[in-house]
Design a protein around this ligand. Sequence first.
Ligand SMILES: Cc1cc2nc3c(=O)[nH]c(=O)nc-3n(C[C@H](O)[C@H](O)[C@H](O)COP(=O)(O)OP(=O)(O)OC[C@H]3O[C@@H](n4cnc5c(N)ncnc54)[C@H](O)[C@@H]3O)c2cc1C
Ligand SMILES: NC(=O)C1=CN([C@@H]2O[C@H](COP(=O)(O)OP(=O)(O)OC[C@H]3O[C@@H](n4cnc5c(N)ncnc54)[C@H](OP(=O)(O)O)[C@@H]3O)[C@@H](O)[C@H]2O)C=CC1
Ligand SMILES: C=C(O[C@H]1[C@H](O)[C@@H](CO)O[C@H](OP(=O)(O)OP(=O)(O)OC[C@H]2O[C@@H](n3ccc(=O)[nH]c3=O)[C@H](O)[C@@H]2O)[C@@H]1NC(C)=O)C(=O)O
Length: 330
Amino acid sequence: MTISQTAENVCKVSTLATSKQETVNSIEKKVYVIGSDFAIKSQTSLATVTSYRVGGPAEWYAAPRNLAALEASVKYAKEHDLAVTILGAGSNLLVSDRGISGLVIATRHLRHSHFDPQTGQLTVAAGESIPSLAWQAADLGWEGLEWAVGIPGTVGGAVVMNAGAHSSCIAQMLVSAEVLSPDGTLKILTPDELGYAYRTSLLQGSDRIVTQATFQLKPGADRALVIAATKQHKQHRLTTQPYNFPSCGSVFRNPKPHSAGWLIEQTGLKGYQIGGAQVAQLHANFIVNRGGAKANDIFGLIRHIQQRVQDRWSILLEPEVKMIGDFQPV
Ligand SMILES: Cc1cc2nc3c(=O)[nH]c(=O)nc-3n(C[C@H](O)[C@H](O)[C@H](O)COP(=O)(O)OP(=O)(O)OC[C@H]3O[C@@H](n4cnc5c(N)ncnc54)[C@H](O)[C@@H]3O)c2cc1C
Ligand SMILES: NC(=O)C1=CN([C@@H]2O[C@H](COP(=O)(O)OP(=O)(O)OC[C@H]3O[C@@H](n4cnc5c(N)ncnc54)[C@H](OP(=O)(O)O)[C@@H]3O)[C@@H](O)[C@H]2O)C=CC1
Ligand SMILES: C=C(O[C@H]1[C@H](O)[C@@H](CO)O[C@H](OP(=O)(O)OP(=O)(O)OC[C@H]2O[C@@H](n3ccc(=O)[nH]c3=O)[C@H](O)[C@@H]2O)[C@@H]1NC(C)=O)C(=O)O
């Protein structure tokens, strides 16, 4: 696949930009068609593709549907000197109200999955939905992903974040992850090479993109029992976590042996609100968007919680949520 910016393959929304500066300062929407089924668009809303439903636009946005299109996006960014930000399902992201400069590559349309009954391995593209895979595994009677239901992220986001719940996590079942580097090379990495720990991996802050992953599951279990366990986990979440308003899940990592939710509740912050952002009544480590929140309301509330908990307990809570873009200091 080649990238070209000739007049013929510019899907005309406005005139072809000839320099980065020209496009940065423009509010016109531009679409560059790259190949037959793939485009790079300018000024694309990120509020609609992140679970908080807040934040400004991506300067440039691409949502490739296959590896070749992903590689072309990375190449485009390199050639045009654009910083790359990867977006999975956006369920652990706070995008600033000013948006993100450079190219945002959304991976959620990278889709394929294969449950291999011989090996018990599940090989999946980065954009596949974690809860959807958990339900599929349960339906097949495969054990291993019951805990993952209700985590509304993609495979790529889960591998990077080391998503976890109910004493299980991605690192325990990952066999390998395929990653794409900015120079275009693909590499298979093992969990050891990914440096996994609680809610973190060496992929955080790196410029490598997870393209697919293989997980070890256990086929041949009692299907009814696996489905029952999956449903139980989902039910537990619905009763202990606020699913009725937009959020990013837990805002802070637990400062073990303490739990962030307990510390925040004991600091008297449940229900505390800045603009449309509120410390959830049901779970104090969730900040929910009660409607009309700005990213900066959520950012301000994060800083307020950190300050109050630090004052009361001398513990600095470390955000689990990834805050991207520029935020106004509070
Ligand atoms: C209601 C709710 C409940 C939640 N419950 C849990 C829970 O129980 N446990 C838990 O661990 N998390 C939970 N989360 C948080 C979130 O769902 C997880 O962190 C999830 O793994 C994020 O996946 P994502 O695809 O949305 O990633 P995003 O939020 O899109 O991205 C997260 C980070 O990963 C990077 N990234 C994403 N995809 C790739 C890729 N393919 N290659 C390289 N980098 C990539 C991004 O750049 C970003 O830095 C919850 C969130 C919500 C909204
Ligand atoms: N608060 C927030 O910010 C956010 C909350 N959420 C919530 O997070 C939760 C997880 O989100 P979501 O990603 O939709 O995950 P879900 O677990 O709701 O569904 C994921 C997939 O699994 C399927 N599925 C759901 N229940 C069953 C079942 N009992 N048997 C078989 N298949 C099933 C769904 O199919 P089908 O489509 O047919 O139902 C869907 O394809 C949901 O409750 C959602 O409302 C999601 C995003 C943001
Ligand atoms: C939601 C996330 O992951 C969740 C994961 O779903 C659940 C279930 O396994 O366990 C973790 O929550 P958690 O530690 O808050 O679990 P909970 O069982 O709800 O709470 C822990 C303790 O804090 C107390 N608690 C919690 C919330 C609150 O408002 N007040 C309070 O006192 C609870 O009573 C309990 O004694 C993960 N969070 C972190 C930061 O590790 C996420 O990472 O986004």
